[in-house]
Design a binder for this molecule. Sequence first.
Ligand code: NAD
Length: 705
Amino acid sequence: MAEGELVRFEKDGDIGIIIVDNPPVNALSPGVPQGIVDALDKGNADASVKAMVLIGAGRSFIAGADIRQFGKSSAPPPTRRHYDVMDQSPKPVVAAIHGYALGGGLETALACHYRVAVPSAKVGLPEVLIGILPGAGGTQRLPRLIGPKLALEMITSGRHVPAEEAHKLGIVDEIAPEGKLKETAVAFARKIADKKPLPVIRDSDGKLAEGTPELFDNMRKSIARRARNQRAPYACIEAVEAACKLPFDEGAALERKLFDEQVGSEEAKSLRYAFFAEREVNKIPFIPSDTKLRPTDNPAVVGAGTMGGGIAMSFADNGYDVKITDATPEALERGMARIKANYETSVKRGSLAQDEYERRFARIHPVPSFDDLSDCDVVIEAVFEQIPVKEEVWKKLDAVMPPGALLYTNTSGIDIDIIAEATSRPQDMAGTHFFAPANVMKLFEVVKGTKTENDVLATAMALGRKIGKVSGLAGNGDGFLANRSRAPFGMEVNLLIEEGALPEQIDKVMIDFGYPIGPLAVADLSGLDIGFDTRRRRAAMYPNYRKQPIADAIVEAGRLGQKTNAGWYKYEPGDRTPRPDPEVARIIKETAAANGIEQRSDITDDEILKRLLFASVNEACKILEEGCALRASDVDVMWLHGFGFPRYRGGLMYWADTIGVREVYNQIASWHQRYGDRWRPSNYLRQLAEAGTPLKEAKAQKAMP
Ligand SMILES: NC(=O)c1ccc[n+]([C@@H]2O[C@H](COP(=O)([O-])OP(=O)(O)OC[C@H]3O[C@@H](n4cnc5c(N)ncnc54)[C@H](O)[C@@H]3O)[C@@H](O)[C@H]2O)c1
């Protein structure tokens, strides 16, 4: 047996064992399918073998296809695909599943006659999440096995199904005790070795009658909102529908055709890009990969307000016991009541089971004093956004936290170094910036202070992932990375309104682009008074601050957003649908006139889209120039998980490349002529445009401060 063989064949008495050994996750890279075919041939030719087990070496079954191969011009498909060879195998084949059996991995397992799995294993067909559909029979075999309704749900959501659930659904035949997969699968193989006929999924059509035209029509309707502008989810439905209508081989041919059409589409390319960007974001070039992380087993949250409550929930939702405290018993009680109410809403909506809510809530431990935090190894502070308050809180925390404890602040904009210097150990401090609502939004922006130690940053990045977030690193510039790159977008929204665009026009453009909700409807949802107060404060601080008279006039008219049933839109009581309001149009017109702002009627949808997004592309280039972001793809990840940017457009910078770096630069330069300094092009952007370097390849131009 050659060293480094991707697939090995061994024997355990009368059972042949096919071991896929392609670290780290046994992806179906070139060579693996052929190796499986050869091993099957060996087992079938060996008279002493009665049945075979297919198993993965290391930590997983076959986790899936090798995504890096997608979209590359591939070699012609092999004449004998392992799926077909398994279907036709005269001896039974049992898939033994641990870790993951996703995509091509589950398709392989479905081509086996039986499936055994350990409880921690997960199966699924997540192809839709990268803009494609299962392309090796998954859409044909799964509906035959579990019925088209359940198959549609799994294939269009792409979700990972835990083994126990897969067992109930009929995907898995037997659950093996954890750690005893191989012996259980071998015993199972022995038990069924002589059973005839072999259960071959492609030959069974017992459940396909459930596939009525209404089932598919309803499915199309139910995904219409989340699948807007995308084709893959519909291709998944079309392929499952074909499974119900056509013989297996014809259905499989249609599946393959749809797969080939999708795999090179812009949608699939963007989603693959996002997938890899989310892996890249975890790499911090200046931190050695063997950096030892500090413990984060006993977290605490200080400040039980909107954010602190959500942060504590994020810990509890991910299995952590967490302490929480506030300045007064009343504030703490209010915070706990809000957490409880949030959980209860989820229970009422049906998204959280009562017993799971009780378990999670019981993990959040309110404590009366900072002294109770002395046994915690990490604290996240989320008190008022005021420097003196933060300084006072951190002085107290410095006195009680044990040496080496991780000191994290959720400030949205205060200089991390100022907060760090309030303690005697600035090296242990970093920003961990959550986005509201903190228990829902995935972005976890880690902010490096001047003195932050590498292990403090690396541990923050890892902690974010442990509580189900997507971590990304930012430098300690004004507004850090995410909000700073988003700020010009918000500014352009207001300026376009001054120039004569209506809220409903702007929101429609952004929804058509792919946002779940428009920026003005979002503002109404969050409350317009927050921005109003910030503008007041900034105007008092900076003499040249650009006022926003129309946004102010809306608030001054008592329109604070949804909470007053009026903001940029009007709302019927108890109904969150934003309705265009002639009163808003009147306020806009009159305020513009009173402030000598010239309005125009020729604002196009194209101008709106580009004004909002190009302004942010330009700012992102400035951030990279200053070294406050590591790479353009980190900006993209932050926009996907912090601001609802449509994933099938890759991200802000990736999307801008679809317009072209030169065109983006030229447009910004021409708006610089028209509007002045706020459109001053970033030098780095100019260099990229001159060199024709795609924006998605942009990188930090300096070491992170
Ligand atoms: N609200 C957001 O959207 C958002 C988003 C990201 C970050 N942040 C940041 O999170 C932090 C908290 O914001 P929030 O919206 O939760 O505010 P909040 O007003 O809802 O909550 C702040 C909490 O801190 C408590 N507090 C005040 N002084 C304290 C002290 N001395 N000791 C202990 N607790 C004290 C208050 O009683 C209150 O419960 C701020 O730094 C803010 O900038 C907010």
